[in-house]
Design a protein around this ligand. Structure first.
Ligand SMILES: NC(=O)C1=CN([C@@H]2O[C@H](COP(=O)(O)OP(=O)(O)OC[C@H]3O[C@@H](n4cnc5c(N)ncnc54)[C@H](O)[C@@H]3O)[C@@H](O)[C@H]2O)C=CC1
Ligand SMILES: CC(=O)C(=O)O
Ligand SMILES: [Mg+2]
Length: 372
């Protein structure tokens, strides 16, 4: 199979879909790998590293899209990339379709087959291709939130760990999954007073068992959220209902109950955001103020630490990428129900229920599609 990896074009996105190590394994399995020139530069991988791995460097994204049977990327295809997708071509990348009708429409129109990293599952009920980036974004959230809390950036001017004689910042993390756990761990490590809210009692029990008194946890209800945000310096949004648009857990009206200069970091923004006032921002212009509350809503947070993120993502995607290349998508998905869970679009049909529900589009079962 011809596997193509274009350079990412989303603003300030420095990750790349294939590492030289992944390219080398694909070549060793008999595949041809095409990398757009300088695609890996932002993550510290130059063209020579890919050539040494046996890949071919091509000059333009157009050539990658025109030649490859499978496109491997990081971020959802941007409008100009969507125009280059072809019928029968396989796209393997993050998609986040539920909050994105334009992209969904274009993918359906293209006739391509699209497998979304964020909905591939594993045997323990996790999301193995989302997890590494959730680990990164979770660990970044208190770091960017504490920067936003600084006075010059519009925040309350509160130091995470306080100092002797002055108490620490109060941090509330809504959602105690992968993002939330890593965010809580780092915020607690910075000395903040941290509370995690989750809707899952088993998850709260796990957090209690593993982290003990490093941070507190509460069952997530509207009442508990209202009570905690009034006193919070920072709220980190980290909820997920897989594939679906994020539920809105803090309304605009509630901002007036918060302390002026408090910070909302909405990591769930790639699924539409879990605060009513969230709108996606970029690394170039990451924060904005609504009613005196600072918002940080960057939809590709891991791009800020592109090298760590590229290697972490590559470690997770590589076995799936190789299965898709070795067997073709249909056989690979027939052999692995967890990979089939990633199928969102095939030949003009939507195949993921939560996306169809969010966007009001009819869905065809992925099990029907792989047998057709
Ligand atoms: N902005 C960015 O750059 C990135 C964003 N993300 C996003 O972060 C979000 C969280 O991802 P993960 O932690 O991997 O998901 P996860 O599935 O590991 O955790 C989500 C948690 O939210 C909980 N939850 C659901 N509804 C809730 C509610 N109403 N109140 C409290 N908790 C609730 C679930 O019980 C679960 O424990 C996703 O939308 C993901 O796409 C992930 C990586 C990067
Ligand atoms: C998860 C995701 O969308 C990202 O890493 O950018
Ligand atoms: Mg994202």
């Amino acid at each position: 199979m011809k596997i193509g990896c274009p350079k990412e074009i989303k603003p300030q996105e420095f990750r790349v879909g294939m590492t030289p190590n992944a390219a080398q394994e694909a070549v060793a399995s008999g595949h041809e790998v095409l990398i757009e020139t300088n695609a890996g530069i932002g993550a510290g991988f130059d063209n020579d590293a890919y050539v040494a791995a046996g890949a071919r460097i091509v000059d333009t994204a157009e050539e990658v899209f025109a030649t490859a049977d499978m496109i491997v990327k990081v971020k959802e295809p941007q409008a100009v990339e969507r125009k280059m997708l072809r019928e029968g071509q396989l796209l393997f990348t993050y998609l986040h379709l539920a909050p994105d009708p334009d992209q969904t429409h274009d993918l359906l129109e293209s006739g391509c087959t699209a497998i979304a990293y964020e909905t591939v599952t594993d045997a323990s009920g996790g999301l193995p291709l989302l997890a590494p980036m959730s680990e990164v974004a979770g660990r970044l959230a208190p770091q960017v939130g504490s920067w936003t809390l600084q006075k010059a950036n519009g925040g309350r001017g509160v130091l995470m760990g306080g100092v002797p004689g002055v108490g620490p910042a109060k941090v509330v993390v809504i959602g105690g999954g992968v993002v939330g756990t890593h965010a809580a761990k780092i915020a607690a490590g910075m000395g903040a007073d941290v509370t995690v809210l989750d809707r899952s009692l088993p998850r709260l029990r796990y957090l209690d068992d593993v982290f003990g008194r490093q941070f507190k946890n509460r069952y997530s209800t509207a009442g508990a959220t209202s009570e905690l945000i009034e006193d919070a310096d920072m709220v980190i949004g980290a909820v997920l209902i897989p594939g679906a648009a994020a539920p809105k857990l803090i309304s605009r009206a509630q901002l007036s109950t918060m302390k002026p200069g408090a910070v909302l970091v909405d990591v769930a923004i790639d699924q539409g955001g879990c605060f009513e006032t969230s709108k996606a921002t970029t690394h170039a212009d990451p924060i904005y103020n609504v009613d005196g509350i600072m918002h940080y809503c960057v939809a590709n947070m891991p791009g800020a630490v592109a090298r760590t993120s590229t290697i972490a993502l590559g470690n997770a995607t590589m076995p799936f990428m190789l299965a898709l290349a070795d067997k073709g998508w249909k056989q690979a998905c027939q052999d692995d129900a967890h990979l089939l869970a990633g199928l969102n679009v095939h030949a003009g049909q939507l195949t993921y229920y939560a996306v169809g529900k969010a966007l009001g589009i009819d869905v065809v079962s992925p099990n029907v599609v792989i047998k057709s």
